[in-house]
Design a protein. Structure first.
Length: 474
């Protein structure tokens, strides 16, 4: 469901003809050595492909046009090996429509004082070149990333890797298509938003479908398909029958299996990568999709409940950014207010993402107090521990705003035998009072996407690329 294997980044090394062909041959050799080492390091999630040296405005412009044209090229990393006069970079940089990272590094780690001469200094003058090049990016308001440090260092490579993941997600943003089964939940405010503006600013396509369009797909699923999928469930999850007979329990779970197959097929047929449901809009459905939605989120589809297409699209975006690791749709439910233990219980009616599970999920069938449908099957588990970010996209009428709160998730200390849904617990930063206050004062939603795999810096990098106002709470 998340297919990024064919993506690549182009590596463009800046220099000029001033120092002669011999110097340029050395620049080229160094660039090749660096490219090979970075690719072989295993630190980068996507390959780096070295381009011709950037020694003229014509060469730079043609490279950037090619980057724009090729779908497999996600972004550009530049390195100023020598001084590369930045007037040459203006046209190409202005044309570039994909993310740009300026790697402020140098081929040699240290200055070799005993042999250091004018030739060496002319050949290795990244400090000089970084400033000339940085000036033009700043003047063009390019919103490029700058990573500083010796290129062999793991922390420098990690910053490049993190940016690559953001760049892939940025490109994916323009391909995010949300299928909405039903409209928003009645009367709820924060899940509304301007769909046209979201498409202009983020590239998200948001399409409405009547629930009957999905019911047709559900009706077309065969018993054989359902039984095959049910066998897969038996391998992956614990079965908990509780008060149900095995027959009734299986019947209920198989309804969800038919939903999983039907929704997956519907989304594939339409090229959708995210979807929403609404418990108020289930005409023709026996259950609210629960287990089915959880399984599809685990495969990489974005989702949010109650017609919340903004959070569904954001979920898909962050799943791509995080390689679908420990990242999912979430809802703030209940406070723990005991002194020293202040935290927030996160859950949803059914649809909690199993990519956040710390233990083997069990399938539970239980009544649902809302929606007036049959008892629904869902995966129940405890959330894992880890530091991460919780993100909410809100529409303020004239602009979109992104809230980012750093959180520390922890495994629930005591069991909750009567809770028939998955639960995730976290403490907010900088502390409970200030964190919650800032969230509420800034109008952050109750629907969020949490990731224990992404950093605040990565979310900010994306926000800057799409000119999105953001608030960081940490
Ligand atoms: Mn909700």
């Amino acid at each position: 469901m998340i297919t990024t294997e064919k993506k690549e980044f182009w590596f463009v090394v800046g220099s000029q003809h001033l120092y002669g062909e011999e110097a340029l041959a050395e620049v080229k050799a160094h660039a090749q050595t660096m490219t090979d080492a970075l690719n072989e390091s295993g630190a980068l999630p996507y390959p780096l492909v070295l381009q011709d040296l950037a020694v003229s405005a014509g060469k730079i412009t043609s490279i950037m046009k090619e980057v724009n044209y090729r779908d497999e090229v996600v972004g550009v990393i530049t390195w100023m090996h020598t001084f590369s006069p930045a007037k040459m970079w203006i046209r190409g940089t202005k044309l570039l429509q994909k993310p740009l990272l300026h790697l402020a590094t140098q081929f040699n780690e240290s200055i070799p004082w005993s042999t250091f001469d004018m030739d060496f200094m002319n050949l290795n003058q990244s400090a000089h070149g970084d400033r000339e090049y940085g000036f033009i990016n700043a003047r063009l308001k390019k919103q490029n990333k700058v990573v500083v440090g010796y290129w062999e260092r793991p922390e420098v490579q990690q910053q490049i890797a993190d940016w690559m993941d953001v760049a892939v997600a940025y490109n994916e943003s323009f391909d995010i298509k949300v299928a909405r089964f039903g409209d928003n939940m009645r009367n709820v405010a924060v899940t509304e938003g301007d769909k046209v503006e979201a498409q202009i600013q983020f590239g998200w396509t948001v399409d409405y479908f009547g629930i009957g369009d999905l019911v047709q797909y559900v009706d077309a699923v065969t018993d054989e398909e359902i039984n095959d999928l049910f066998a897969e469930y038996a391998d992956l999850y614990e079965f908990e029958y509780s008060n149900y007979s095995q027959e009734d329990w299986e019947k209920s779970v198989k309804v969800q299996a038919s939903y999983e197959i039907a929704i997956n097929r519907f989304l594939n047929d339409g090229g959708y990568t995210a979807f929403t449901s609404n418990f108020e809009d289930l005409y023709g459905m026996k259950q609210l999709p629960g287990l089915a939605v959880q399984r599809l989120m685990a495969q990489g589809y974005g989702f949010a409940g109650e017609g919340d297409w903004k959070t569904a699209a954001l979920n898909r975006l962050l799943k791509v950014m995080s390689h679908n690791k420990s990242t999912g749709f979430m809802e703030d439910y209940t406070y723990e207010l005991a002194t020293g233990q202040e935290s927030i219980l996160q859950s949803h009616m059914l649809e909690v993402d199993p990519s956040l599970a710390s233990n083997k999920p069990k399938i539970v069938v239980s009544p649902l107090g809302i929606g007036n449908r049959e008892d629904a099957a869902r995966l129940v588990f405890d959330g894992k521990a880890g530091d991460g970010v919780v993100v909410s996209m809100v529409d303020f009428g004239t602009y979109y705003k992104l809230l980012i709160n750093e959180v520390s998730a922890f495994e629930p200390p005591v069991p909750a035998p009567n809770l028939p849904v998955a639960r995730v617990l976290w403490k907010v930063k900088p502390n409970f009072q200030d964190g919650v206050k800032a969230w509420v004062e800034n109008g952050g939603g109750h629907h969020t996407v949490v990731s224990l795999n992404l950093t605040t810096d990565q979310i900010i990098t994306y926000a800057k690329l799409v000119d999105l106002e953001y608030v960081v709470i940490n």
